[in-house]
Design a protein around this ligand. Structure first.
Ligand code: S3P
Length: 425
């Protein structure tokens, strides 16, 4: 993919459905009684992996134009899969489904692509073992493939060392198959879509501070789930609109849950002109975002905001490279265990563009404002890296070439079309 500098980006877009919410709607719908209707479902490769795993466990899932119908069979209605469950590139599928599989009455195996096979699964294996689950990393390296022999579980109160919605959700889902109330406490509150949606399906689930608790054996009832646009996908057009001169972009129907809106808070801190219009509650807080070209300056990003923008750090790193002054990103060690090592991959690729940037153990330090030029970028098949550099290509001088550009399919299949629709070349 080659991207060229833009003089202006103007227009309206509606980004695809939220990835985290789309996954959960399929999973909880499968465990509910009745038919769950999901609108604006994200048909990206990750969420399609979740659909295929539940189909293999006997759940009928119908994909229509902009809706998905999940014919749930209740908490105990899944059937033993006849082959390995393929989670593709999806950490969310792997970690959340493991919590569900730990409480079934059958044996299952999970596996995915090369990236998934190197991502840490001890973070779910340890708490699941403490609940009495039978889960093993088949190669003994703490990663997928995983083998899970399901059976009833014991409740735990787990203090998670990481703020991870995938870990928290895994334990809460296992908690539905436990003998008492299960609690998870995390250092900083991570995205809370599981808590919001499971409560809506009828589970007895409460949150106090950074602790979420769930009572066992809930009777989940099918629901209609309108999925808001993904703020993590909107992030690329927020950045493109702010950094491209003479631009104004209206991004419709974006989820602005406070556990996800760190990008908006940091952008404002950097001097961005972003206005939230038509703020409403549609299951999750939702708004339209009006983004206008802005002169950005550096900032410090760290502490409790990190989980609320963890997936947006690649885009923020690019923004910081174009902003005036220094940006420090810290407390973000988790970047090393995402779809790629996002500290190394962002630092190496931004250096190729001429940026003044250094890696740190928990983030990066970026001295913005150096003139940046197009370069050959290796996305390392990480969707968020590819999209961040596509946006960089609309702003820098010369031509940007992105290797593995097609990996945007993971979370945003129509990304390049949306960029063209605003005038991008
Ligand atoms: C997600 C949680 C986050 C995020 C990922 C989606 C989820 O991961 O990075 O893209 O849907 O729960 P961690 O829980 O590993 O932080």
């Amino acid at each position: 993919m080659e991207i060229k500098k833009q003089t202006s980006l103007k227009g309206e877009i509606a980004v695809p459905g939220d990835k985290s919410i789309s996954h959960r709607a399929v999973m909880f719908g499968a465990l509910a009684d009745g038919t769950t209707r999901i609108t604006h479902f994200l048909k990206g490769a990750d969420c399609l992996s979740t659909i295929s795993c539940f189909r293999k466990m006997g759940i009928l899932i119908e994909e229509k134009d902009d809706e998905v119908l999940v014919h749930g069979k209740g908490l105990y209605g899944l059937q033993a899969p006849k082959s390995v469950l393929d989670v593709g590139n999806s950490g969310t599928t792997t970690r959340l489904i493991s919590g569900i599989l730990a409480g079934q009455n059958f044996i299952s195996e999970l596996n995915g692509d090369a990236s998934i096979q190197s991502r840490p699964m001890k973070r779910i294996i340890t708490p699941l073992l403490s609940m009495g689950a039978d889960i093993t990393s088949i190669k003994g390296n703490g990663c997928a493939p995983l083998r899970i022999s399901g059976h009833p579980l014991s409740a735990v109160s787990y203090n998670s060392p990481v703020s991870s919605a995938q870990v928290k959700s895994c334990i809460l889902l296992a908690g539905m198959y436990a003998d008492d109330v299960t609690r998870v406490t995390e250092p900083v509150l991570s995205r809370n879509h599981t808590e919001i949606m499971l409560r809506y399906f009828g589970a007895d689930i409460t949150s106090t501070g950074t602790t979420a608790s769930i009572s066992p054996a809930p009777v989940l009832k099918a629901r209609d789930i309108p999925v808001p646009g993904d703020i993590s996908s909107a992030a690329y057009f927020i950045a493109a609109g702010l950094l491209t001169p003479n631009s104004e972009i209206l991004i419709r129907n974006v989820g602005v849950n406070h556990t996800r809106d760190g990008i908006l808070r940091v952008c404002r801190d950097m001097g961005a002109r972003i206005t939230l219009v038509n703020v409403r509650q549609e299951g999750e807080p939702t708004a339209d975002l009006l983004v206008q070209s802005s002169h950005l300056h550096g900032t410090t990003i760290g502490g409790s905001i990190i989980p609320a923008l963890i997936d947006e750090i690649p885009m923020l790193a690019v923004m910081a490279a174009f902003a005036e002054g220094t940006t420090i990103i810290k407390d973000a060690q988790e970047l090393k265990v995402k779809e790629s090592n996002r500290i190394d991959v962002m630092v190496n690729n931004l250096k190729r563009m001429g940026a003044d940037i250094e890696a740190a153990d928990d983030g990066m330090i970026i001295h913005g404002g150096a003139p940046l030029h197009g370069a050959l970028i290796d996305s390392c098949m990480d969707h968020r890296v590819a999209m961040s550099f596509a946006v960089a290509g609309t702003i820098c001088n010369g031509t940007m070439e992105i290797k593995g550009a097609e990996c945007v399919n993971i979370s945003y299949p129509s990304f390049y079309e949306d960029l063209y629709s605003l005038g991008g070349k």
